[in-house]
Design a protein around this ligand. Sequence first.
Ligand code: ADP
Ligand code: MG
Length: 310
Amino acid sequence: MEEFGDVLAKRFNQNNYLGQYEQMKIAVYENAEVKRFLALHREQLTDADIQKSFPKLYEYVKDRETFEQTGVSKIAPGYEPQLVLNFHYVDVTYVPTQNLLNKRRNEEIRARVRAIDMPKDIQDATLEKYEQTEGRFEALIAAADFVSAYTEQPKQFHKGLYLVGSFGVGKTYLLGAIAHRLASQGHITTLIHFPSFAVDMKQAIGKETVGDKLDAVKKSPILMIDDIGADSMSAWIRDEVLGVILQYRMQEQLPTFFSSNFDFAELEEHLTMTQKGDVEPMKAKRIMERIRFLTKEIQLVGENRRNASQ
Ligand code: ADP
Ligand code: MG
């Protein structure tokens, strides 16, 4: 910005630019905001101060013009030029526009929703946009109840939701919307697509990253496990991954959510049979005890929204 002033000053010294200079002066001193500003600060500024400020006033007038016309400052995109008094001269300051402030706030909120292997569109899910239908109403109320209870007393244990319903009914979307609302209140949520997470974990077996990945998930202040039961599980995933996560969350009383096509009874049956075909009802019962402790089962009923939106 100094350079701009220098260039301008050099130009003024060249006679052939005098006509142009007169025009610039008119543009500057006839500008309504410049007039208002100078009148407001007349007592603090001498004539020499005002003259010295000319390059800045000119910068302001030009950039303000661009900003008014296009909505974007040329000098500092996302910011809006404004005049300020800087001791004995007038300066231009660039303040973030409301748009930029909104964008920053949205980025902060999004950063608190840690989605692992989740569909991209859940980042845009909000409770406001959540379409209410009779079959989804109970879930929506339970979601709102959770958010208000948790935000009022984040240190206390609150049961999460276990959302049951058929494919496309809006379970994942609702989890995303809850995470978004919690994020807007400053809370961090991790969402994992459980079948993909299980594959990741299996691939990481024997590597050091296994413990780190598992830790990050199990310790998340709020955890949402999406699509549990969608794939058959190995005994290792069931007992050493899921079991370990749930055990920790129960001990630490950390809010945990699920979505599934299976209700509690169906999931128990699903967990009983391992990928290899072993039947282990006691292991399944133990997992279910933890899920029951951590969550409240809620049914969502409705049409498949995936077809509706296509
Ligand atoms: P599920 O997890 O139950 O299979 P999804 O949550 O993935 O279903 O929803 C299916 C589609 O419908 C997604 O594209 C999602 O963005 C959209 N959707 C779901 N519920 C709503 C809703 N209440 N309002 C707006 N869009 C929704
Ligand atoms: Mg889903």
